[in-house]
Every structure is written in C-alpha cells, then in structure tokens.
Write a protein that binds this ligand. Structure first.
Ligand SMILES: [Fe+2]
Length: 325
C-alpha cells in the first residue's frame, strides 16, 4: 500500500461495494453509511450514568473504622470514592466528575502534591484542620468550601482534637476523557508555608456563604431557588453554586445539559432525579446525570451545594434547559 499510480487506479476501479469497504477498511477507514453498533448521532442525550445517593452518616461511620484500621503510611489521603453504580465503573460519579468523602485524624498531615485535575472540598465537620494551597495556609472549618485548582500544590493537616470530615469533588473523569493527566509529589514532601490567612480566593468561609445567600435571588423560572455562584476562574471545568431552600420550598421540575452533584450543607428534604427518589439530610451526596428530570423539596431550611459542568457545557454551546410539567 504505497499510493503508487497503479494502486490508485486499482482503487478507483474497484468493481463492487464489498471490495470497496474491504479496501478502505484495510486503510483504517470506515464508511459513514454503515450501520454501527453505537451510532454516531442520536436524537437526544441519554447519560450512561444513573442517579445515585450516598449517605454521609454511613460514610462517616466507615471513615471512623478506616481511622482505626488504616494509618497514613498506607492511605495518606483516607477517602472513599463515590462510584456511580453502573457496570464496569469503579471511579466516576458522573461523566465528568468524581466525588469522595475524606477524613483526617488529629495530628495527621497529608503531603503536598499537584495534579492537572481541578479539585474542591466542602468541609462537613472540622475544627482545626487546614489546607496549604500554593504556599498559602488557610483554615478548613465546618461549612467552608476550599479550592485546589489544577497544578496548584496542595496538602493538608489537622491541629484540632476531633477527627475531621469533608467532601472532595474533582474533574478527574473529564481529565481521563481528554487525556491531559499530569501528577507529581512535592520534592520536599510538605510544601513550605509562605502566608497564613483566613481570607483567600481559595476559601469560601461558611459565614460569608450564608451572608451572600441572604442577598441571593431566586431564578424567575423557579427551578433553582435562591442561588449564588462561587467564583472559581482558575478551574473553569467545575461550576460551583450554593442554594438556599426554605422549609416547604419546592422547585418547578426541569432538565438541563449539566451533570450535577449535590451536597447537603444544612437541612433535609427529598429529590426526584429521573425516576429515582432520594431522601437526604446533612452531608449526603446526590448525583444527577444531565438531562434527567430534577425535582427538589426541602423539609427543613436547607443550604445545598452543587458542583456541575454547566459552565463548560455553556462554553461549548451544548447547554440547554427545559421546564417539565
Ligand atoms: Fe490532590
């Protein structure tokens, strides 16, 4: 197969379709008109992922067992990854996102590293733990949301007296899909602290979030309730929002092209995602694959964190939203 004039003549004069398909197949081309096992285009999106719910109370109890059973010599980051329960999947929570519950014992430190994927933490229960991101040490107290953008050095530690717990969210499945994975451990183990501060663009303190929610307005369509978006310009693949839903609030049903993970920061209620119904309380995680029906109802005053790929879908002009009856 050298592209010689003789060969090109042979190709040009192939006598039937079967031989044509065989000839282009031998050159790693498939005709666009054949019927494929998985078609190239289809009528409407349907995520391969399913709605799912993880209970924080159970994860917390299991992390207490892990605190007893495994030391930081074997698991420097003691965490449980929330895998979407579809066959063959051991990591991704949704197509673009992965989540985990993580815990640290008093006195422990996790050495600094950096990786291409963007990451964030929602601190569920902590007094005295901290994170160092790119030389800046900030507290991680209950209700804080902490960013660790891609390729920023980050490590954490715990000076308090009680085991601390948080939620981790990353865009690792997206990195796997697009393939730009890079990772390295800090050459000195723990990154040196240059500054210690409570105010940082890497930290959204709980009191500030509650203050901002006081001023937040609901969307006119009634889908999302009072909402703030947390600015995270250095990690544009992840959209971070916090919603405030008073007791009895429920939304107008919708579906949209954004894979969304919810974390209950306060309150309790129920959600219908597609055909699945979940009752949630503090610390729980709900995974909502894109383009499935979303309905929420708060049975107590609720503060709900959400992370999604909404802004990325909008950037790509893939986003759409539809109100449902
Ligand atoms: Fe990390």
């Amino acid at each position: 197969m050298d592209g010689s004039p003789r060969l090109l003549d042979e190709l040009r004069s192939l006598p039937d379709l079967d031989r044509l398909i065989a000839a282009i197949g031998a050159r790693n081309m498939t005709p666009g008109w054949i019927k494929r096992e998985k078609p190239i285009l289809w009528h409407e999106m349907r995520s391969e992922f399913v709605p799912a719910h993880w209970r924080y109370a159970e994860a917390k109890a299991a992390m207490q067992a892990a605190g007893r059973l495994i030391g930081t010599d074997l698991a420097e980051r003691r965490n449980f990854v929330m895998r979407n329960p579809i066959p063959g999947n051991d990591m991704a929570t949704l197509r673009t996102l992965v989540c985990a519950y993580q815990s640290i014992m008093p006195g422990e430190k996790a050495r600094s590293h950096r990786h291409a994927p963007h990451a964030l933490r929602v601190i569920l229960e902590s007094k005295g733990s901290y994170s160092t991101v790119q030389g800046e040490k900030t507290p991680m107290e209950s209700g804080d949301i902490v960013l660790t953008p891609g390729w920023h050095w980050h490590g954490h530690g715990h000076d308090g007296s009680e085991q601390a717990y948080w939620f981790d969210g990353l865009d690792v499945p997206l990195t796997h899909l697009l393939e730009p994975m890079f990772y390295e451990e800090h050459p000195e183990g723990w990154e040196k602290v240059d500054t210690v501060t409570e105010k940082s663009p890497m930290r959204f303190a709980w009191a500030d979030t509650l203050g901002a929610l006081e001023q937040a307005r609901a969307d006119n369509a009634g889908h999302f309730g009072a909402t703030i978006e947390l600015p995270a310009p250095t990690m544009p693949t992840i959209t971070l929002k916090v919603h405030k839903w008073p007791t009895g609030w429920k939304n107008r049903a919708y579906r949209h092209v954004a894979n969304t993970v919810y974390v209950v920061m306060q309150g309790s209620g129920t959600s219908r995602i597609g055909d699945a119904n979940f009752d949630w309380r503090f610390g729980d995680t709900i995974a909502a694959p894109a383009w499935l029906r979303i309905e929420h109802q708060a049975s107590a005053d609720t503060v709900m964190f959400s992370m999604s790929d909404e802004n990325m879908m909008k950037w790509a002009h893939y986003y759409r939203i539809e109100a449902l009856a």
